[in-house]
Design a binder for this molecule. Structure first.
Ligand SMILES: [Zn+2]
Length: 312
């Protein structure tokens, strides 16, 4: 008897032979692409990434949050161009942006990143971060993982990559979202890859950076006046200046509230009570991020009020 099992049946196809699906992309300028994160999940979804195709190879911006997603990103790029991958630029060292980096290193890319890899999530050490993150994305997604975010080419101020007639400016805008923030600017195309300094709803997290540095970074974006700004998460804004203004307004209002509390001797817990509660099961929901920012900003304002921190 012949079993009527079609050759393409998932039951007989080893999982490893199923090619990962490609990710949605958007053309921002000739040869410049955004790889879009989860639609409809806004600031809580998978990160955005990007790539720039030149006649001398491809520059990739961010590697997504696991080797599996890194492979999907690589396949997405390879479906668009046959140019080799030359460089991977990391906008910062949060796992959702670089845990797929090993895929690109194995594909021959050299890594450009800020050398300061400190983030609060890694306080327990690099192994604990991997364990924690595996709980988030699953064991399967993490197969083949190795850290690959130590830069071959560190950038602490700014650097310019010239490749195949294109100019890519990479610069550190200050420790705004994290100590190791970098932004990527294409002056000819007026395209900015902002990393998590911009996210869809404007509530950029400053727990690994500082609100003062974030306000400075927003000023830098205003000066660049990009035609397109790709945020770290969520939709690409129609007008970049609007998202910058919204981000500034969110941070300014928290600073005003927390400064007022500090000046009136209101303890932090009471100052926080005025905010909507955090969402217990959604650590990066809008309310959860606002609350964590409020804690950080309260401490910044307290240090500033007590004259402990000359940089605030
Ligand atoms: Zn981040």
């Amino acid at each position: 008897m012949v079993a009527a099992l079609p050759l393409s049946s998932p039951a007989v196809t080893p999982v490893d032979t199923i090619l990962p699906p490609t990710l949605p992309i958007r053309t921002l300028a000739n040869g410049v692409y955004a790889v879009l994160g989860d639609t409809n999940r806004g600031s809580e979804g998978r990160a955005n990434a990007g790539f720039i195709v030149t006649s001398e190879g491809v520059v990739v911006i961010d590697a997504l949050g696991s080797p599996r997603d890194g492979k999907r990103l690589l396949r997405t790029i390879q479906a668009t161009t046959s140019q080799p991958i030359r460089w991977l630029i990391l906008t910062h060292h949060h796992p959702d942006h670089h845990f797929g980096a090993i895929v690109f290193r194995r594909a021959g890319a050299r890594v450009i990143a800020h050398p300061d890899r400190r983030v609060l999530a890694a306080e327990g050490g690099p192994d604990e971060l991997v364990t924690d993150w595996t709980r988030v994305v699953g064991r399967r997604a993490m197969q083949g993982f190795e850290y690959a975010d130590t830069p071959d080419q560190p950038v602490t101020t700014s650097d310019t990559l010239r490749l195949g007639g294109r100019t890519v400016v990479i610069f550190h805008p200050g420790a705004a979202h994290t100590a190791g923030d970098l932004m990527v600017w294409l002056p000819a195309e007026r395209v900015l890859f902002a990393g998590d300094i911009l996210i869809e709803d404007g509530m950029t997290m400053v727990v690994d950076g500082s609100s003062t540095a974030l306000l400075h970074a927003l000023g830098v974006i205003d000066q660049l006046n990009p035609a397109t700004a790709v945020p770290g998460h969520g939709a690409i804004p129609i007008r970049p200046a609007d998202l910058v203004a919204r981000t500034r307004a969110e941070i300014d209002s928290l600073r005003t509230e927390m400064r007022g509390a500090v000046e009136h001797g209101v303890p932090m817990q009471r100052a926080l009570a005025a905010l909507p509660p955090a969402d217990a099961t959604r650590p990066v929901s809008l309310n959860s991020r606002r609350r964590r920012n409020a804690v950080r900003i309260y401490l910044e304002e307290e240090r500033s009020y007590m004259g402990l921190d000359s940089t605030q």
